[in-house]
Ligand binder design. Structure first.
Ligand SMILES: Cc1cc2nc3c(=O)[nH]c(=O)nc-3n(C[C@H](O)[C@H](O)[C@H](O)COP(=O)(O)OP(=O)(O)OC[C@H]3O[C@@H](n4cnc5c(N)ncnc54)[C@H](O)[C@@H]3O)c2cc1C
Length: 236
C-alpha cells in the first residue's frame, strides 16, 4: 500500500474513533443542526449527568426506568438488585435505548409557541450484557460511586460477597449514540420582536444544600474533603 493511501486510512480511522456513526436511527431529522456525534461531547454529557432513563419493551409494553449509571471508556454500566425487572429483562439481550438529559435553562420567547429549554441530551441504542467477572463488577460499581461522588468509595466499606451476589451489573457498549444540544436565546417570529414582553433565558443548574449528618452517627466525623469538593461544584 502506498504512503498516501495508508495516511488516508489512518486519518479515516482517527475520524471514526472520535465520532459515533451517525446511523440511520441516530440521524436527527428534527432540527439536525443541534446534532452532535463527537465522542468527547457525548462522554462529557454522560459524565456530567447523574441519572439516565432506560427504555425497553417488557413483553408487550414499553417501559422507561430512571436509574444511576457509570461510564468506563466505551462502556456504560447500570446496576441494581439481581431481582430487578429492568435488569433481568435487559440481561436477556433485548434492544435498549438509554437517554441522559441535562437541563441548562428555560427559554422564554415572545410567543408561547416558541418557548423552549436549553439542554444537552444523549441517546444511546444497543443491547446490554451481564458483567460476570467479579473484578469488572467491582470496577463498575466503583465507577458508579466515583461518577456521583468522587472519593467516597475509598472512604467506606466495600461490598461483601453477599452484597455482590445480590447486585446485577450490566454493561452497554457505546456504539450507537447521538447528542442534541440547544443553547442561546429564543428564536421568535420576526413579526413578534416588537412585542413588549420579557424574553430571554433563565439559566438553571443543580445547587447543593447544607449536609445533614445522619442522627444515628456514633462519631463526630468532619465533613470529608470530597463532600466539600462536590459542594463547591454545586455551590449557589
Ligand atoms: C429538556 C428537553 C426538552 C425538550 N422539549 C421538547 C418539547 O417540548 N417538544 C418536542 O417536540 N421536543 C422536545 N425536546 C426534543 C426531543 O428530545 C426530540 O429531539 C424531539 O421531540 C424530536 O423527536 P423525534 O423523535 O422527532 O426526533 P428525530 O430527529 O426523528 O430522532 C432521530 C434520532 O435523533 C436522535 N435524537 C433525537 N432527539 C434527541 C435528543 N433529545 N437527544 C439526543 N439524541 C436525539 C436520536 O438518535 C433519534 O433516534 C426536548 C428535549 C430536551 C432534552
Amino acid at each position: 500500500m502506498n504512503r498516501g493511501a495508508s495516511l488516508h486510512i489512518r486519518k479515516y480511522e482517527m475520524k471514526r474513533a472520535t465520532k459515533f456513526g451517525p446511523t440511520e436511527r441516530t440521524t436527527l431529522k428534527r432540527l439536525p443542526k443541534r446534532a452532535f456525534y463527537e465522542r468527547k461531547i457525548i462522554y462529557n454529557i454522560l459524565d456530567e449527568g447523574f441519572i439516565c432513563h432506560v427504555g425497553f419493551v417488557d413483553t408487550h409494553h414499553p417501559v422507561v426506568i430512571p436509574t444511576s449509571y457509570g461510564r468506563i471508556g466505551e462502556m456504560l454500566y447500570i446496576h441494581g438488585s439481581a431481582s430487578s425487572r429492568m435488569l433481568r429483562s435487559l440481561a436477556a439481550g433485548i434492544p435498549v435505548c438509554v437517554t441522559v438529559t441535562l437541563v441548562d435553562g428555560l427559554v422564554l420567547a415572545r410567543s408561547i409557541f416558541h418557548h423552549s429549554m436549553n439542554y444537552r441530551s444523549v441517546m444511546i441504542f444497543g443491547t446490554a450484557n451481564v458483567v460476570g467477572d467479579e473484578k469488572e463488577k467491582l470496577h463498575a460499581l466503583r465507577s458508579f460511586s466515583e461518577h456521583v461522588l468522587p472519593g467516597r468509595w475509598a472512604d467506606v466499606r466495600e461490598p461483601n460477597k453477599v452484597e455482590l451476589k445480590q447486585t446485577l451489573v450490566l454493561r452497554i457498549p457505546l456504539k450507537e449514540a447521538s447528542a442534541k444540544i440547544r443553547t442561546g436565546a429564543p428564536v421568535d417570529e420576526e413579526s413578534d420582536y416588537n412585542l413588549r414582553v420579557w424574553a430571554g433565558e433563565l439559566p438553571l443548574r443543580i445547587v447543593a444544600g447544607t449536609p445533614i449528618q445522619d442522627p444515628r452517627s456514633e462519631f463526630e466525623v468532619p465533613i470529608p474533603s470530597y463532600l466539600n469538593n462536590i459542594m463547591a461544584r454545586f455551590r449557589a
